[in-house]
Design a protein around this ligand. Structure first.
Ligand SMILES: [Mn+2]
Length: 393
């Protein structure tokens, strides 16, 4: 049996307001072609299929079409679970009849205890869950109330879940787990997340690879780079698309999918690259360089996307910086400054920001960008916005 491992599609995601849908569609077409070329027996999507619990209608129709192409047009089985970004209950729709075409979709903890059996493989699909989900589940299973209360961390919850799964092991088959968590190589090695809001995970909150050692192979989602994989049998496929500038900054971060072959004695993994249609280029240069034709003519202007940091910038000498850069480069998804030369009378440093009122911050910001004060009408507009925002709390 040969499977394609992918994860973290995050369909519907935007990058600083720019839709990534076209990029995601393009990556998907490459992914499907790889699946066909490699003649895989199925596609694993290890969570975070959508970017949010309530996806946009555009995201829903896009994903619908993708899944149809895989499962109905190309008759390939799908093994999918929900991640922390997906709405587990919402995504649970239709799974009973989708099974008829080998579209397996698990979104709830209790569904992990029914493996999918193939001739030589047991596939356990464990969606993202939190300690509270585990408490509810074990309470329903009739666990002693005190024991239920003792489930505090994800590590404790996972220990229970995995022990129950191990009881279901068929010794004559290989055992594959599909899941969606941050798993570090060992207890004293922290992993850096490029995917979520927390930049570091560690200690008790972290799962470690040794907890999963009884599985022959673990296909993970959650961390968006395959370089975070804890070891050669506990793997992240990474996302098929670059989602942020931080990721673009890391060199040699080619995106792609894993082809995992279970047929031999040894399980083998082969990475297959997906080439971005629109790449995200990070530039860190001074203004003279950025606006020098000899420099920018070597860049993929007006085709790729740019994240630009202007170094040693004196703002008082330039206006409409973004517009100028967009004229040269095309889409500028992020614009930043390094060693900004301060405009006189613009105390825009972090130390006194905290002492300013919200409307004052807007005032200072406006001044630092344009060199002018807000007009009376503009001030009134800002005031009204903050009054409205106050009402919403
Ligand atoms: Mn994710």
């Amino acid at each position: 049996m040969k499977l394609l491992h992918t994860a973290d599609w995050h369909i519907g995601r935007t990058l600083n307001g720019y839709s990534l849908l076209d990029e995601q569609k393009q990556a998907f077409e490459q992914l499907l072609q790889i699946a066909k070329d490699e003649q895989v027996d199925g596609i694993v999507i290890a969570g975070d299929i959508y970017d949010r619990a309530i996806p946009s209608t555009n995201a829903v129709t896009t994903l619908d079409k993708m899944l149809q192409e895989i499962n109905l047009d190309d008759k390939l089985p799908i093994y999918a679970i929900s991640g922390n970004h997906d709405g587990a209950k919402r995504l649970n729709f239709g799974r009973q009849w989708m099974k008829q075409t080998d579209f397996h979709l698990n979104t709830l903890l209790q569904e992990a205890f029914t493996p999918i059996e193939t001739e030589d493989l047991q596939i356990f699909m464990l969606p993202f869950f939190d300690p509270m989900d585990a408490r509810v589940y074990y309470q329903q299973q009739g666990m002693d109330e005190d024991d239920v209360k003792n489930i505090h961390t994800i590590s404790q919850a996972m220990e229970l879940v995995l022990n129950d799964i191990y009881q279901l092991f068929d010794p004559n088959k290989k055992h594959l787990l599909i899941s969606h968590f941050a798993v570090s190589p060992s207890a004293d090695e922290e992993i850096e997340l490029t995917s979520e809001t927390t930049s570091k995970v560690g200690g008790l909150q972290t799962l470690t690879a040794d907890q999963f050692s009884q599985f022959d192979y673990v296909m993970l989602g959650h961390i968006h780079t395959r370089f975070a994989s804890p070891n050669e049998h506990v793997r992240y496929s990474g996302s098929p698309v670059k989602f942020n500038v931080k990721e673009a900054r890391l060199k040699n971060q080619g995106k792609g999918v894993d082809i995992v072959d279970f047929s031999g004695d040894e399980i083998t993994t082969e990475f297959k690259e997906i080439t971005p249609k629109t790449d995200l280029i990070v530039l860190e240069e001074d203004w003279a360089t950025l606006t020098d034709p000899n420099f920018y003519q070597t860049q993929p202007t007006h085709s790729d996307w740019f994240a630009i940091t202007v170094k040693d910038f004196d703002r008082s000498k330039h206006i409409n910086v973004r517009a100028k850069l967009q004229e040269i480069y095309g889409t500028v998804v992020e614009l930043d400054y390094e060693n900004l030369v301060q405009v006189a009378n613009a105390p825009a440093n972090a130390a006194n920001l905290s002492e300013l009122s919200p409307d004052n911050i807007v005032d200072q910001f406006f001044k630092s960008i344009t060199g002018k004060d807000l007009s009376h009408d503009q001030k009134e507009l800002v005031d009204n916005i903050f009054v409205d925002l106050g009402k919403e709390d």
